[in-house]
Design a protein around this ligand. Structure first.
Ligand SMILES: [Zn+2]
Length: 341
């Protein structure tokens, strides 16, 4: 979820602080890029993977399965037989940072049996696996249920706003230190309105590379929606959206922290938000601090709403999850083929 959509748990301040240990970055070695790329279908899919077929000299065709048994949790349609295979370009070794949203006691959205931080991590692992098998290199900003940086939860540690800010900054720093080609953050939404549903992808329009981020967002949004549709899941397409004024407060717009430009935060603001200036690097007498922003195109994908019952059933469905992961990877691959880095 984005922080536009405050889940009641968060609004009620119910996100208690617990310890999260430190963790190392997880990297993955790509498969040889010269080999035909085959992305395996979901392990739970009732149909075996279609044999891989190479189409032309450039694109490699991956197997995509279509469930033969309608998924009872989704409105199903028959996928056209001539679209049971899709083209995905072979990986070029580009480094992708995959960011599973939230972590530690900052759990994100939670409803209908779905806890967003856990769902995000599981989805990120699927994306990591598919990217690696397609020849890309992957760094995950977190590899367990904790935050992206350890030691900021628990007794005596900065809590609430400070921990969240340090956690988000760490994700940005990971991507920059790795000189990643792309930053892709994975989330699911949650709202008090249970009718809100669907998939949306955010980019920020105020960055030097905003045009690229927008194309990446539009591409991923398109491929996730099309993969879901072809596999028989009907989901609402909420589009690729500019996050630059996602939240407005006192006449000022605030984008998603991990996508936006460097942000100036005053000591007073940190105090108002219950944070600890020292924990965020303030020195004595320092009145404001600037965050570090990502140096590469980035997007944040909101995969369905935990707060919508039908969406939550899809988030509980292995085949639907694998389909969404495949859509994300297909979008990344298409973007990088057309915009090599
Ligand atoms: Zn989220």
């Amino acid at each position: 979820m984005t922080h536009r959509a405050l889940w009641p748990l968060m609004a009620a301040g119910a996100l208690l602080i617990a310890c999260s240990g430190g963790r190392a970055l997880e990297t993955a070695t790509p498969a040889p890029p010269t080999s035909p790329t085959s992305i395996p279908a979901s392990t739970s899919s009732p149909t075996p993977a279609t044999p891989t077929v190479t189409a032309g000299a450039v694109a490699t065709v991956i197997a995509v399965t279509t469930p033969t048994t309608p998924n009872t949790n989704a409105v199903t349609v028959a996928a056209p037989l001539d679209l049971t295979r899709i083209a995905i370009p072979p990986g070029n070794g580009a480094l992708i940072v995959v960011d599973p949203g939230h972590g530690g006691d900052e759990i994100g959205a939670a409803s209908n049996g779905i806890v967003e931080k856990d769902s995000n991590l599981e989805m990120a692992r699927r994306v990591q696996r598919l990217l690696t098998e397609s020849g890309y290199r992957v760094i995950m900003t977190r590899v367990d249920g904790g935050r992206a940086v350890g030691g900021i939860d628990g007794p005596g540690q900065p809590q609430g706003f400070s921990a969240q800010r340090r956690d988000l900054q760490a994700r940005i720093d990971v991507a920059n230190a790795a000189n990643a080609a792309l930053f892709v953050s994975l989330h699911s939404n949650g709202l008090n309105d249970p009718s809100a549903n669907g998939i949306e992808t955010y980019y920020n329009s105020q960055r030097p590379f905003s045009a690229q981020s927008r194309v990446l967002a539009e591409t991923i949004q398109s491929t996730v929606i099309s993969e879901m549709s072809r596999t028989g899941y009907r989901v609402r397409d909420r589009g690729a959206l500019d996050d630059s004024c996602l939240r407005a407060f006192q006449g000022q717009c605030f984008p998603l922290f991990v996508l936006g430009p460097p942000r100036i935060t005053t000591r007073d603001e940190i105090h108002r938000r219950g944070g600890d200036p020292a924990a965020l690097g303030f020195t004595d007498g320092q009145d404001a601090i600037a965050s570090r922003a990502t140096l590469m195109p980035g997007v944040l994908v909101e995969l369905l709403f935990t707060s919508n019952y039908e969406d939550s059933r899809l988030l509980s469905d292995d085949t639907a999850r694998e389909t969404m992961a495949r859509g994300v990877v297909l979008g990344i691959a298409r973007y990088l083929t057309e915009n090599p880095r």
